[in-house]
Write a protein that binds this ligand. Structure first.
Ligand SMILES: Cc1cc2nc3c(=O)[nH]c(=O)nc-3n(C[C@H](O)[C@H](O)[C@H](O)COP(=O)(O)OP(=O)(O)OC[C@H]3O[C@@H](n4cnc5c(N)ncnc54)[C@H](O)[C@@H]3O)c2cc1C
Length: 97
């Protein structure tokens, strides 16, 4: 920026904030029931949480109230996929390797 706008060479940072990218190994969230009764996960959104939030809220509400998410099967998003080695392979976010 300084090379294009030299006046910025004396600029100071007045304010800053940080935010975490909660990235999972396959860049997809972890959703649904856990082995702990009554404890549900909706985390690891890998920088896509805002846009997914309305659909995730509906799915989690179905999972909690009705026992299973009915709009789509969220089973593949379970935490156990890391143990089973059934990670998502789709090109998305940074998992393009
Ligand atoms: C720089 C940046 C850019 C992004 N851009 C986009 C974008 O363009 N589009 C998009 O869809 N997504 C984007 N995201 C991702 C999106 O912000 C997240 O996926 C989303 O905010 C995750 O929501 P969350 O509720 O899971 O977690 P968070 O929003 O992180 O909420 C977790 C909350 O839990 C609180 N907390 C933590 N520990 C405790 C504790 N022990 N006790 C009580 N409270 C606790 C935290 O303070 C926080 O309020 C971006 C993220 C970053 C960092």
């Amino acid at each position: 920026m300084v090379s294009r706008i030299p006046d910025y060479s004396n600029a100071l940072v007045e304010q800053a904030y940080t935010g975490l990218y909660d990235i999972t190994p396959d860049w997809h969230p972890v959703l649904g029931k856990t082995t702990v009764e009554g404890f549900y996960l909706a985390a690891g959104f890998s920088a896509h949480g805002f846009k997914l939030a309305p659909a995730i809220a509906e799915l989690l509400a179905e999972e909690i109230v009705e026992g299973t998410a009915k709009s789509i099967d969220i089973g593949p998003f379970g935490l156990d996929r890391f143990e089973k080695g059934t990670l998502f392979r789709a090109a998305y976010g940074g998992n393009r390797a």
